[in-house]
Write a protein that binds this ligand. Structure first.
Ligand code: HEC
Length: 113
């Protein structure tokens, strides 16, 4: 019994990681995290490198509160100022999950304040 419990816990932890990973997470980690950070609040070091106001990399910034999912999708696909265009980098299957994840991260940041 003593040896089984840690194994059961490990299995539960592994399966929950898989089950809870957001469908847009892999693409976000690969293409967006370097600028927008793990939680979407922005990567300050990257902002400095790009000579940007770090607030611009925060997906939950107040200016974005009125953006609909269609607006987010347009920005992600077409780019905006120093935000690169991802129309050619995201696969068709990745676009909507990444838009959803972006909206969720932004919402979580706004709800924290
Ligand atoms: C090279 C850095 C960089 C990368 C990589 C990047 N972005 Fe951005 N992103 C920006 C900048 C800079 C802005 C602010 C643009 C502006 O001036 O309005 C921005 C803005 C946005 C906005 C609009 C937020 C708002 O409130 O106006 C969304 C949504 C967004 N990015 C999503 C993404 C997603 C999704 C990815 C990955 C597919 C991504 N970004 C990758 C730099 C980046």
């Amino acid at each position: 019994m003593k040896r089984i419990i840690p194994r059961v816990i490990t299995v539960l932890m592994l399966s929950s990681t898989v089950a809870w990973a957001h469908p847009g997470q892999a693409a976000y980690d690969k293409m967006c995290k370097s600028c927008h950070g793990v939680d979407g609040a922005g990567n300050e070091a990257k902002a400095k490198m790009l000579k940007l106001d770090p607030a611009k990399l925060n997906l939950g910034r107040p200016e974005g509160a009125s953006l609909t999912k269609d607006d987010l999708k347009k920005i992600i696909l077409e780019g905006k100022d120093k935000m690169p265009s991802y129309a050619k980098k995201l696969t068709a299957a990745e676009v909507d999950p990444v838009v959803d994840l972006t909206a969720e991260l932004a919402k979580a940041i706004r709800e924290k304040k």
